[in-house]
Design a binder for this molecule. Structure first.
Ligand code: ARG
Length: 568
């Protein structure tokens, strides 16, 4: 669509110069003024001429009428004036051919602006807390984060994906105490993370009755921080068990990280930052703790050191940001977490600014809303959690059932791709800030606006092209049906959707686009003969259109972490 806009802008500028010289307009300024009419019946583009009446010293109605008579361009079949608007109807056959050929030429690169070329973005996402369950609350950070990574990669950024594991903190003291009191090596070795979670939950149950356990846990963590050999060995063991478990989920989602440097990694990098804060006079003592006062910015103080001198979550984030800037020299550093952490990020971003680091404005927090399942909230401590792996397993089982009913062969791999894909798609269908109540039945439906439906449409394109088995010619249409033109319009806006998904850090823009594309393709598929078209040229053109849809749909699905089975 951008190209069509540019053609219109050029034609308008040429007409202005010939009609109203010495007055003139620049292509860029006209480009910015052009609008998409709410309905394509009115036209494909419109120029609101009242915005020009000052510069051109005429009434909007006059401008529109004179321009309508003077514009010549092959790209448009009709240029007309109405109430001070100049309306453009595109030459749909030429437009459709041009879009299809552009997609076929550019292939998987179609839609990319390459705006990130030569730039680096660091993305901090997923980042579960070790030895706590990897539950459905982590779905958001994992899939939004990964989708943002894929979007950045698509436009040429060098991406560094970091899993900022929560691998340090008092929870390890708790786990060590619980393991020694109620656990055994054999049990942990056999049941791995499930046993760690059991111990963690058990600790909280027991600590309710006997609060002294909390002191014991703190003492064990202090020993760990002091590099106590025995505690370090246990810690390492717990971390490795958890990592192995996470990897299984990441493999299902086809996610890999460039770095698993978790919070523990920054232990030695914090003291220099704390020293700097002290020297700059940023730290004040508040009830024994060291904090940075942020009253002036209407925020509570940012905690840097506890009374006992131990460091905190923000302290580690500050050290990590400095380390990342030095290591990767990022142009952008993105953090994806639940909206519950908005204040945390606002606070320490401000501290980084106060410390005089000029990269503070390259830090970006991308928050998202809460998830519940069938209305139930989740809480790790009480054990009321739905593990991500269990949710996936459930979805995969259901997919097998549905596919068996449909008499389609559900091999293990396809069932996994459809089941996991359904959950990702459902999750990414909403604006990220919206709170989601997960309904598995809805997510897995093959008929609604779901992942299986989108994958099914993709598989339909694949099988059509496979059946055709001919060389796909380039597209050269002289006439188009309404369905073909509508489909071309959807293909044409893909580059703009990529740009807004990136600008808003909003993968759901792509998910909704996929649904538009699927709807337009399925209408075309039902109303236009493709393989059975009698005219050879028509058949070729429609196959070319199908191939363009398959390409763009494949790219779009990939960008929201969706697998694309070629058969369902
Ligand atoms: N581990 C944290 C959690 O589960 C998320 C970490 C996000 N990243 C960061 N750099 N703070 O809540």
């Amino acid at each position: 669509m951008q190209q069509l806009k540019k053609q219109a802008a050029k034609a308008i500028c040429a007409a202005v110069s010939s009609l109203f010289a010495p007055l003139s307009l620049s292509v860029d300024e006209v480009f910015e003024l052009l609008e998409y009419p709410p309905e394509t019946k009115m036209g494909d583009l419109a120029l609101p001429c009242f915005k020009l009446s000052r510069t051109l010293r005429r009434s909007p109605v006059q401008i529109a009428e004179q321009l309508a008579g003077a514009i010549t361009s092959d790209a448009f079949s009709e240029v007309s004036a109405l109430n001070g608007y100049l309306n453009f109807k595109m030459n749909t056959a030429a437009f459709t051919s041009r879009i299809v050929n552009t997609v076929l030429e550019e292939g998987e690169g179609y839609g990319s602006s390459r705006e990130g070329e030569g730039k680096t973005v660091v993305l901090d996402y997923s980042s579960p807390n070790v030895a706590k369950p990897f539950h459905i609350g982590h779905l958001g950070t994992t899939v939004i984060g990964h989708s943002l990574r894929l979007l950045h990669e698509f436009v040429g950024y060098k991406c560094v994906g970091i899993n900022h594991l929560g691998d340090w903190g008092t929870q390890f003291g708790k786990l060590i105490v619980a393991y020694r009191k109620w656990g055994s090596r054999d049990e942990v070795e056999e049941k791995e993370i499930d046993e760690l979670v059991r111990l963690y939950v058990k600790f909280h149950e027991e600590a309710e009755k006997d609060p002294a356990l909390n002191d014991e846990a703190r003492a064990e963590f202090t020993k760990l921080e002091a590099h106590d050999e025995e505690n370090l060995a246990l810690w390492r063991w717990f971390v490795n068990i958890s990592l192995r478990e996470y990897q299984k989920t990441y493999r299902m989602l086809n996610i890999a990280f460039d770095s698993y440097n978790g919070e523990s990694f920054y232990t030695d990098l914090m003291p220099p930052q704390i020293k700097k804060m002290k020297e700059m006079g940023l730290l004040t003592i508040d009830d024994g703790a060291s904090v940075v006062n942020l009253e002036e910015w209407n925020m509570p103080p940012c905690l840097i050191l506890k009374r006992d001198g131990s460091t905190l979550y923000p302290t580690r984030d500050i050290a990590a940001a400095v380390y990342r800037k030095e290591t990767y020299d990022f142009d952008k550093c993105i953090y994806v977490t639940s909206a519950g952490q908005c204040l945390h990020f606002a606070q320490w971003f401000k501290v980084v600014e106060l410390m005089g680091y000029d990269f503070y404005d390259k830090l970006l927090h991308v928050p998202y809303g809460t998830v519940s399942i069938n209305g139930e909230k989740l809480a790790t401590r009480t054990g009321n959690v739905i593990l991500l792996k269990d949710l996936f397993a459930q979805a995969i089982e259901k997919v097998k059932g549905i596919m068996a009913q449909k008499h389609s062969s559900a091999d293990e791999k396809t069932a996994e791709e459809v089941g996991v894909g359904a959950i990702i798609f459902y999750y990414l269908s909403n604006n990220r800030m919206r709170d989601i109540n997960f309904m598995l039945e809805d997510a897995l439906s093959f008929d609604g606006n779901t992942g299986p439906y989108a994958q099914y449409t993709y598989a339909r394109c694949s099988s059509l092209l496979e059946k055709a088995a001919d060389e796909i010619p380039s597209c050269s249409m002289t006439a188009v049906t309404e369905e073909e033109a509508a489909l071309a319009r959807v293909l044409a806006v893909f580059p703009e959707k990529i740009a807004s998904a990136l600008a808003e850090s909003e993968p759901s823009v792509i998910t909704r686009y996929i649904l538009d594309l699927c709807a337009a393709f399925n209408r075309f598929y039902h109303d236009c003969q493709i393989l059975s078209a009698e005219d050879k040229t028509v058949r070729g053109n429609r196959l070319a259109l199908t191939k363009a849809v398959k390409t763009v749909l494949g790219t779009a699905l990939h960008l929201i972490c969706m697998p694309t089975p070629s058969k369902i």
